[in-house]
Each structure stands twice: as C-alpha cells, then as structure tokens.
Design a protein around this ligand. Structure first.
Ligand SMILES: Nc1nc2c(ncn2[C@@H]2O[C@H](COP(=O)(O)OP(=O)(O)O)[C@@H](O)[C@H]2O)c(=O)[nH]1
Ligand SMILES: [Mg+2]
Length: 194
C-alpha cells in the first residue's frame, strides 16, 4: 500500500462525536508516549501529521486522519499515564472500550508496545478486549532503534509467546519511527484491511 495523502479531520472527545462510520478505520492503540503519533506520521511520511499531545498524557481526543481520501487512521488516546486522576483514567478506559466494542467501521488495530519493556497489565487488558470483541490486531513493538541488534529476534519471540494465544492476533512486528524499520511490513499488513 502506498500512502499518497493524509489529512487531519477531527478530534472527538466522546463516542457521539465520531465521524459517520462510512469509511473503514485502522486504530492505533497503546500507552501514553509509546509512539502512536510518531508511527502514524512515519507511515504517512509526513512530519508531525499526527497532532501529538502538547502535554504527555493529556491527549484525550480520538484523532481522525483521512488517508488516500479513502479510509481513516485513528489515533486513540494513550492509556496508563500515571499522573491522571482516577476518575479521568476510568472515563478514558470507558471511551477506549466503548470504541473497540461498538465501532462497526473498525477494521483493524495496531497495538503498540515499547520494544524495550515487558507488556504492562494495561497492555494485556487492551489485548484482552480486542480479542473479546473480535477485532483483529497486530502487535507492533516500538522504538526498535533503542534495542541492541542482538536482542531483536528474542524480543519478537517473547511477544509472540505472550500474544499468539489470542485468536485475533495476526502477528508481531518491530518498528522504529526514527529508522523506518517495520514501516513496509506494517503497510503490507494494513493493505489487507483497508
Ligand atoms: N527513539 C525513538 N523515539 C521515538 C520513536 N517513536 C516515538 N519516539 C519518541 O517517543 C516520544 C513519544 O512519542 P509519541 O509519538 O508522541 O507517542 P504517543 O503518546 O504514543 O503518541 C516522543 O518523544 C517521540 O519522539 C521511535 O521509533 N524511536
Ligand atoms: Mg500521541
């Protein structure tokens, strides 16, 4: 798949504000700061297309980008930001789960996990939701440029071990928005779903 155009469409703060659902959507899910917005920019080869949060953990919008005038990339709010009040964290979780559960036009999810760290409890919970709601997804291990070359294969293997038991999991890929590693492979996967 080749991305020829990408434009910011809207930022929704509630499910009632989402676009009408006539186009397929690929959503990017992961904890705050894992690299969602950077990956979207890198896939689109546009500097900073993805409106990144000015303050970490403060992006609570569901951001929509129209790709090739055809389908959407959806930048979901990051979860797991420690300094968020409990009530806000709960409403954020409800927003994400509501989106994953109800969004008919959602075709595929890229679940991002930092390649350098073990998946968090929240990462596992998200994957549990994806699997439960039957949303096919790919695990993308981010910031692979920070990983020793010798660690890369083992890192993928470990993630495969954790996630392959989920029927909705399509596979595991390494990615770096800095070096471009994994970009081609991710676009290849996405081309099957949009
Ligand atoms: N080294 C490295 N840093 C990255 C990569 N992707 C994102 N970052 C950095 O990680 C921070 C968070 O990235 P961002 O895309 O805003 O994360 P988001 O909160 O998930 O949208 C920023 O400082 C990025 O520059 C990557 O592939 N490699
Ligand atoms: Mg972001």
């Amino acid at each position: 798949m080749k991305i020829t155009s990408a434009e910011f469409v809207t930022g929704a703060v509630s499910l009632s504000q989402l676009p009408d659902g006539a186009r397929k959507e690929i959503a990017f899910l992961g904890r705050s700061n894992v690299g969602k917005s950077s990956l979207i920019s890198s896939l689109c080869k546009i500097k900073k297309i993805a409106r990144s949060g000015r303050t970490p953990g403060k992006t609570r919008e569901i951001n929509y980008f129209l790709i090739n005038n055809q389908f959407y990339f959806v930048d979901l709010p990051g979860y797991g930001y420690a300094r968020l009040p409990d009530q806000m964290r709960a409403s954020l979780g409800a927003l994400i789960e509501g989106y994953l559960q109800n969004r008919k036009s959602l075709a595929f999810v890229i679940q991002l996990i930092d390649a350098r760290h073990e998946p968090t409890e929240l990462d596992k919970m998200m994957v549990g939701w994806l699997d439960y709601y039957g949303v096919p997804f790919e695990i993308v291990l981010t910031k692979s440029d920070k990983l020793a070359r010798s660690r890369k294969a083992a890192c993928v293997k470990e993630a495969e071990l954790v996630f392959s038991r989920f029927g909705a999991c399509r596979g595991v890929l390494l990615s770096s928005s800095d070096s471009g590693e994994g970009r081609k492979e991710i676009l290849q996967v996405l081309s099957e779903y949009c």
